[in-house]
Each structure stands twice: as structure tokens, then as C-alpha cells.
Write a protein that binds this ligand. Structure first.
Ligand code: ATP
Ligand code: MG
Length: 442
């Protein structure tokens, strides 16, 4: 069996790899999937034997449908883990095994360290109640019940007392922005609002893990975008672990802390949006991500470089002008001992100060181009980059200079990293896009 190809070694952390099959999973792992297969059909065991030897889904067709083949990954606590793939790639089958709705044909699923295969029906129900809830694409609301009772429904099934479940449901409805709609019926709500009730229902259950299968796919684009923002916001506030299924690449890139790309039942790559964009595991993934708006996914931190010249604010004009001359630049970044960025100093100012016999460059410092934060999307750096001949400085939350983004780096980042090896993929537009953007460069 081959492990899914994952991230480059330098960025791989323990949680990228499935935890050891013998020891308990590390406490930062919420869901662990190990060597999981799901084969529908008459001869699943024989099918798995052949799949283990590298056979494809098509090869074993006569034995059964291999919906999920050799899946292994860990979902960390508090992350949004997106499973992305075309229709039929096995996403829904995979997610249904995460809450025990379906049993793997072979392999193991652990939720909070508990192996689902080792639980009886009663334990499984308890685990679902406490640990995992599911949001479906079609909202599955009960038409004759109010919004409040719909949100409280899973708690009602669990036998939670009326006052308590209504209180929890009310809080969950507030969280999704539906405060005031408690007494309405689902038919009085828009599609987006109904999906919010579905989300509130999952939140009211207050489980650690939320499973969302194409939860936003039926919504129109603007509402969908709103729901994505709301989900990100909720996730930040509540710290839930979310497994989110989508076939929409932009949604995956926008929401996912990490993304698993599935193809024909197999996970072909797991990584951050940036890793998948800049280091696709194979031609299939490269082709899949070719159309992504890279400037919205890639951030300053992924392209920034070391600044050519940095001078101390307490230093003298001689030191500053020498540094600029050696690096052949006409301005330098000025920082203090903590590396907090104070601004820039220009070569002519430094030379004038040197002639005038000044001791320090302190009063020569200009603001220069406004710094951006490491997580600023490249799309938002084009404007400042166009205004300045200096690279755009990148500072952390404490104002420290952590890198700079030269304009040329910005333009280079637009070109997909992995030029595909086959002639199938047309990247003809990428260099043009760069050339036309370059018009703005000085
Ligand atoms: N109960 C079942 N019995 C037989 N085959 C099934 C069953 N459920 C799913 N399959 C098959 O397993 C494969 C994976 O299906 P799955 O629904 O997991 O894909 P998906 O990625 O969720 O697709 P979609 O994007 O269309 O929802 C498909 O070939 C499907 O036909
Ligand atoms: Mg599906």
C-alpha cells in the first residue's frame, strides 16, 4: 500500500501522518482514518486484495465498486479539513464512515481516540450524540415545526429536557444570525436561512466535530459566499473541528486549513491550499488547480523574501549609505533592535546627512510603502507594489519586519509552479497574464 502523497518534507508535521497504529493518537487529533477501504459489491475482500497491489477502481469493477481506497489521514482538532474531488470520487462514502453511519470494509476510523469498529450500537449512538454531528446539503428540516424546534430536534431525540434544549437551540440560532426567527416555519425562510437552521441544528448538539457534506452546494453563489464567511467566523469563535466536503475548488481553497484531493476513490494529495497550488502531487492535481485564482490563495508569507538592505534606526548615515551602495539599491528599510519596522531611508538623504556631519539617520526615516501582514492575499499586494519602487514590506502582529515582497516575485507567483509534463494542459494564458500585469511595473 502506498501512503497518499502529501506535503514536502520540510512542512510535514506529525499530524500530516496517520498516528502510529499501535499507540493512542496524539491528543491534537480529532479524527483518525487508517487504511480505510469501502467496497460495495459481492467480492469486497478479493477486490481489496487487488487494490492493495495497486489495481484501480476500474480494474476491480467486476468484484465490486471501490468507493474509498486505502484512505489514511488525521484531522487535527480545530481545523477545517476539506475533502475535494469530482462527483463519484468517494467523498460522501468517506464522510459517512467518519460518524459510523457506514462501516469500512477494512481499516479503522478513530474519533477522539475511540475506534468505531470496537463500539457497540449503544456506544456508537452516544459517540454520535457527544462527538460528531452532520450538516446535509438538503436541509432536512421538518416543515411543520418552527425554526426553534427544528434546531432543537436532535436534542429532543436525545431526550434533553425541553427548557434546556430550547435554550441551546436559541443560542445556536443566535450564532448563525437567526435570532428573532425562532417562531417562523421553514417555508417562511430563504434557502440560505434554511441552511443556517441546518447549521444551528448541528451547533446546538455542541459536538466537537462537524461533518458537512456539500452543505453549501445548493445555495446560490452570493449566499454561498456568505455562509462560507459565517462558517470561518464560527470556527474561529468555537474552535470546532470541521470536515467539509465539496467539489468546488475555490470553496475548498477558501475554507480548508488542509485539503485532501480524491480521485476515483483514492486520496491523491493532502496539503494546504498553498502546498497543493505550488507543489501538486501529480498532473491530475496540477490540472485540477490550473484555473484557481492564485492571487487569492497565495499569501505574502508564501512568496516573501529576505530584504536586501536593512539598517538600524540607531545607525549612522555612513553605515546606511554604504549598505545601499553595496546592495545597489536606492532605499533601505529601517528597523530598531527588535526588528520593528520604522520606515525607509533614501540614499540621497543618507548622503546629504553624511555631508552635513549628522550622527544618526533617525530623522531621515520616511513612512515608505505601507506594510502588509503575512496572511495578506497576493491580490491585495498588487496595488501597493505598483506604487513603490521598493519591495512591499511584510510585518508581523508586533510590527516586526519578517520579509519583503518584490514586484517580480509577485508576478512570478502567478505562474503555476509545476509545469505539467504532459501536453494535455494548456498553460498558454499564464505568461500573457504576467506580461499584461507587468505594464504596471516601473
Ligand atoms: N450504497 C452504495 N452502493 C453501491 N455503490 C455506491 C453506494 N454509494 C456510493 N456508491 C458508489 O461509490 C462511488 C463513490 O460515491 P460517493 O457518493 O462517495 O461519491 P461522491 O464523491 O460523494 O460524489 P458526489 O460528488 O456526486 O456526491 C460511486 O461510484 C458510487 O456510485
Ligand atoms: Mg457526495
Amino acid at each position: 500500500m502506498t501512503a497518499p502523497s502529501t506535503t514536502p518534507p520540510d512542512t510535514t508535521t506529525a499530524a500530516d501522518r496517520p498516528s502510529s497504529p499501535t499507540g493512542p493518537p496524539p491528543s491534537d487529533v480529532a479524527v483518525s482514518v487508517r487504511d480505510v477501504y469501502k467496497v460495495f459489491g459481492r467480492r469486497p475482500v478479493e477486490a481489496i486484495r487487488r487494490l492493495e497491489q495497486g489495481a484501480s477502481r476500474d480494474d476491480v469493477k467486476v468484484l465490486g465498486t471501490a468507493a474509498v481506497i486505502d484512505a489514511s489521514f488525521d484531522v487535527r482538532r480545530g481545523e477545517i479539513f476539506v475533502v475535494m474531488g469530482l462527483s463519484g470520487s468517494g467523498k460522501s462514502t468517506l464522510i459517512r464512515m467518519l460518524n459510523g453511519l457506514w462501516k469500512p470494509t477494512s481499516g479503522h476510523v478513530l474519533v477522539g481516540g475511540t475506534d468505531l469498529a470496537a463500539t457497540d450500537a449503544k456506544q456508537l449512538r452516544a459517540l454520535r450524540r457527544r462527538s460528531v454531528s452532520m450538516v446535509f446539503q438538503h436541509f432536512a428540516l421538518l416543515p411543520h415545526r418552527t425554526v426553534l424546534d427544528n434546531a432543537a430536534y436532535p436534542l429532543e431525540i436525545q431526550g434533553v429536557a425541553k427548557a434546556e434544549r430550547r435554550e441551546k437551540a436559541r443560542r445556536a440560532l443566535d450564532l448563525v444570525g437567526l435570532g428573532g426567527w425562532e417562531d417562523s416555519l421553514p417555508s417562511q425562510l430563504s434557502g440560505g436561512m434554511r441552511q443556517r437552521v441546518g447549521l444551528a441544528r448541528a451547533l446546538a448538539a455542541d459536538t466537537d466535530v462537524l461533518l458537512m457534506d456539500e452543505a453549501f452546494s445548493a445555495l446560490d453563489p452570493l449566499i454561498r459566499r456568505e455562509m462560507q464567511e459565517q462558517l470561518l467566523d464560527l470556527q474561529q469563535r468555537l474552535g470546532k473541528t470541521i470536515v467539509f466536503i465539496t467539489h468546488d475548488l475555490n470553496e475548498a481553497m477558501h475554507l480548508g486549513d488542509r485539503i485532501a484531493v480524491m480521485r476515483d476513490g483514492r486520496i491523491v494529495q493532502i496539503g494546504t491550499a498553498e502546498q497543493i497550488l505550488s507543489d501538486p502531487a501529480n498532473d491530475y492535481v496540477a490540472q485540477f488547480v490550473a484555473d484557481v485564482d492564485r492571487t487569492r490563495v497565495l499569501t505574502a508569507s508564501s512568496v516573501m523574501v529576505r530584504p536586501a538592505v536593512v539598517v538600524p534606526v540607531s545607525g549612522g548615515p555612513r553605515q546606511a549609505s554604504r549598505a545601499m551602495r553595496e546592495a545597489q539599491v536606492s532605499a533601505a528599510y529601517v528597523v530598531d533592535r527588535q526588528r520593528v519596522l520604522h520606515g525607509i531611508v533614501r540614499d540621497d538623504d543618507a548622503v546629504a546627512a553624511l555631508r552635513a556631519g549628522k550622527e544618526t539617520i533617525g530623522d531621515l526615516v520616511h513612512d515608505g510603502v505601507a506594510p502588509v501582514s503575512p496572511d495578506t492575499p497576493l491580490a491585495e499586494i498588487f496595488a501597493p507594489a505598483a506604487e513603490s519602487s521598493l519591495p512591499v514590506p511584510v510585518t508581523d502582529a508586533d510590527g516586526r519586519l519578517v520579509g519583503v515582497v518584490p514586484r517580480v516575485t509577485l508576478l512570478e507567483a502567478m505562474v503555476p509552479a509545476d509545469q505539467p509534463r504532459t501536453g494535455e494542459i494548456d498553460l498558454g494564458t499564464a505568461p500573457d497574464a504576467v506580461a499584461s500585469t507587468e505594464g504596471g511595473a516601473a
